[in-house]
Design a protein around this ligand. Structure first.
Ligand code: ZN
Ligand code: ZN
Length: 246
């Protein structure tokens, strides 16, 4: 009876508020989905991807770990990594909408995509944590978009979430317009493990979640801090990967 009532309510609501594409607002069949046009423009990373950063690679996946040129030449102090989409077109729009556009409702559909992309690198008992914002930026924005993603992913994957495992030690100037070397210098030792959370960490594998990976300098600073504080394995997951030629 109750579920019948709930089903009726849902049908009624659907008439009043038909499901909309999460990117353009166009009509879609299912809630929390993309319309066919936006889907095509989203740049989902499927098939072969770099096992450290998730960037798409040419060729077919055959079960062996492959690495992109960047990950072969730059120190990546983590074990494995994935990214859901390439940072362009619809993918870029969704990232910006989550960060600046008052679209926290996106976290739920995005978490489903994150879970699917991260499936090969998730480990039982993994602790999920976001890249932190500096507290001053957090007060200004009132939420950390990466924590929205990591929290929704952890819930979906049945893993523990620790939103304040990592902390910024200082406010870093924007990475915008900086070369790779500068980005790494800018981020060096800018992230530490929260002293109050260190005990949760001992020997545990950790998944660090961020909205965008560009050079990897932020993930490297976070992974260095986790390794130094005694984490087991450390892996990374980005919603969007800035592709070299994109
Ligand atoms: Zn659309
Ligand atoms: Zn890579």
């Amino acid at each position: 009876m109750q579920s019948g009532l709930r089903g009726g309510l849902r049908r009624g609501l659907r008439l009043l508020f038909p499901p909309q594409c999460i990117s353009c607002g166009g009509a879609v069949a299912e809630e929390f989905g993309l319309c066919p046009d936006c889907w095509r423009d989203t740049g989902f990373i499927r098939g072969l991807a770099c096992d450290k950063c998730g960037t798409p690679l040419p060729g077919e996946a055959d079960g062996r770990a492959e690495f992109c040129d960047d990950c072969l030449t730059i120190a990546r102090p983590w074990d494995r990594g994935r990214a859901v989409l390439v940072y362009r077109d619809t993918g870029r729009r969704l990232v910006l909408a989550l960060k600046h556009g008052d679209r926290q409702d996106l976290a739920r559909p995005l978490a489903g995509w994150l879970a699917a992309s991260a499936a090969p690198i998730l480990l039982p008992g993994m602790l999920v944590t976001p890249i932190p914002l500096h507290w001053r930026r957090f007060l200004k924005r009132r939420f950390n978009q990466s924590a929205l993603l990591s929290g929704a992913l952890a819930r979906l994957a049945g893993l523990d979430h620790c939103p304040d495992l990592l902390q910024r030690t200082r406010a870093t100037p924007s990475q915008e317009g900086r070369g790779r070397h500068e980005r790494f210098e800018n981020m060096a030792e800018a992230i530490r493990v929260n002293p109050a959370r260190g005990a949760r960490l001992a020997g545990r594998s950790v998944l660090i979640v961020d909205d965008v990976m560009t050079s990897g300098a932020t993930f490297a600073a976070a992974a260095d801090a986790l390794q130094a504080a005694g984490a087991g394995s450390v892996s990374i997951l980005a919603l969007a990967r800035v592709a070299k030629d994109g």
